[in-house]
Design a protein around this ligand. Structure first.
Ligand SMILES: Nc1nc2c(ncn2[C@@H]2O[C@H](COP(=O)(O)OP(=O)(O)OP(=O)(O)O)[C@@H](O)[C@H]2O)c(=O)[nH]1
Ligand SMILES: [Mg+2]
Length: 343
């Protein structure tokens, strides 16, 4: 980011051209700013990953499929009213903090189905007074995908469908507050009941703008795995809306099939994507790989669109960038490129 900023401010329009500078600035905002944020968040411990999306897209069903236990209540209608955090522990436990009296309670369960039954009373389909009285709910238990320390959060649906009545608006405020403290977000969309329609609503677009610096994946749920449905077609159509999402950042899932144990669900792909953020080292590696990819894309774009054999980087900034890249093994492809430029 410094390299780009300093190159833009130190060179004249005559030297590299106004449009080139604007492109460099856009590249920095679209591709680099999210990486910078994710790199900062990589150090956070505990690290919270959250599924967010409009009501009914299947976030809770997905949560259940990922956790491998029926502890995330879901149904066909607006359902989840309070964000729920899931965390690994050897025994099943639920923690509830109530807002009106500042009370903290902890419950133990021998069986996850008993926990799930109790959980519905706090977060699922509850009336607005009840929803307002609960500050947070945490569920702990032997959920393998979280074993290395990740926290997974299921959230209420956002958007206009939720904004009826005062209590629900409070829920939306609660949701916004909760999401601000989440380190990585997976935005969940779903295809229509016919499997053919897939429109991105204005609410979804607006929400993406608010979370995009912490989002590198779009989950397309309720996907029908058959020959009539072509994932690439969907990606081509929608990747201009989600501008910083790489093509392989779109993950097509059928959560219902996953909880029924059917083969065509792609849930293993999502699981393996999530566990790669388990430790700070793993999280940094992902960001560095993405940085190498962004660097290559930037070079390629400037070479082909602006017909530049080489980007006229500001020399002293480039040297500083080289030094910081040298200390990280994963960034060595960038080091080789810069050394070639400097020669
Ligand atoms: N056909 C199909 N239905 C699904 C799939 N995933 C979830 N559903 C159904 O979609 C409905 C909504 O699922 P939920 O998991 O409750 O949705 P949610 O996003 O958590 O909804 P809110 O909690 O209201 O925000 C339920 O009837 C699920 O059975 C899927 O992959 N395919
Ligand atoms: Mg839900």
């Amino acid at each position: 980011m410094h390299l780009i900023k300093e190159t833009i401010t130190s060179t004249s329009d005559k030297h590299i051209g106004k449009i080139f500078k604007e492109d460099l600035d856009r590249f920095s905002k679209i591709r680099l700013a999210p990486l910078w944020q994710l790199d900062k968040n990589a150090e956070m411990n505990p690290y919270v990953i959250s599924l967010v999306g409009l009501t009914n897209v299947g976030k809770s069903t997905l949560t259940e499929a990922l956790l491998g236990h029926a502890v995330a209540p879901h149904k066909n209608q607006r359902a989840t009213a309070i964000p729920v955090e899931y965390k690994y522990s050897l025994n099943w436990q639920m923690e509830v903090m109530t807002h009106h009296d500042f009370k903290y309670k902890e419950y133990d369960y021998d069986d996850p189905s008993l926990l799930a039954k109790e959980l519905t009373k706090y977060v699922f389909d509850v009336d607005t007074t009840n929803a307002y009285s609960v500050e947070y709910v945490k569920v702990k238990g032997p959920m393998e995908v979280l074993k290395e320390g990740l926290i997974l959060a299921d959230t209420p649906g956002f958007g206009a469908a939720q904004q009826v009545g005062d209590g629900i608006r409070r829920n939306q405020d609660h949701l916004e507050g909760f999401i601000k403290n989440v380190h990585r977000v997976y935005l969940c969309l779903s295809v229509g009941a016919d499997g053919d329609t897939f429109t991105v609503s204005d609410d979804e677009k607006a929400f993406f703008q608010r979370i995009k610096s912490r989002c590198s994946n779009i989950i397309v749920n309720k996907w029908k795995f058959d020959e009539d449905h072509n994932q690439q077609e969907y990606i081509n159509k929608y990747n201009h809306i989600f501008e910083n999402i790489e093509e392989d950042g779109f993950i097509f899932i059928n959560a219902k099939n996953a909880i029924k144990g059917k083969e065509k669900s792609n849930i293993e792909k999502l699981k393996s994507d999530i566990v790669k953020y388990s430790t700070p080292e793993q999280r940094r590696c992902v960001v560095w790989n993405d940085l190498v990819r962004a660097w290559k894309d930037c070079q390629h774009y400037m070479e082909t669109v602006h017909h530049l054999s080489e980007i006229p980087w500001r020399p002293d900034s480039l040297k500083r960038f080289l030094l910081s890249c040298k200390s990280v093994e994963k960034l060595h492809p960038i080091v080789s490129d810069i050394e070639r430029i400097i020669k």
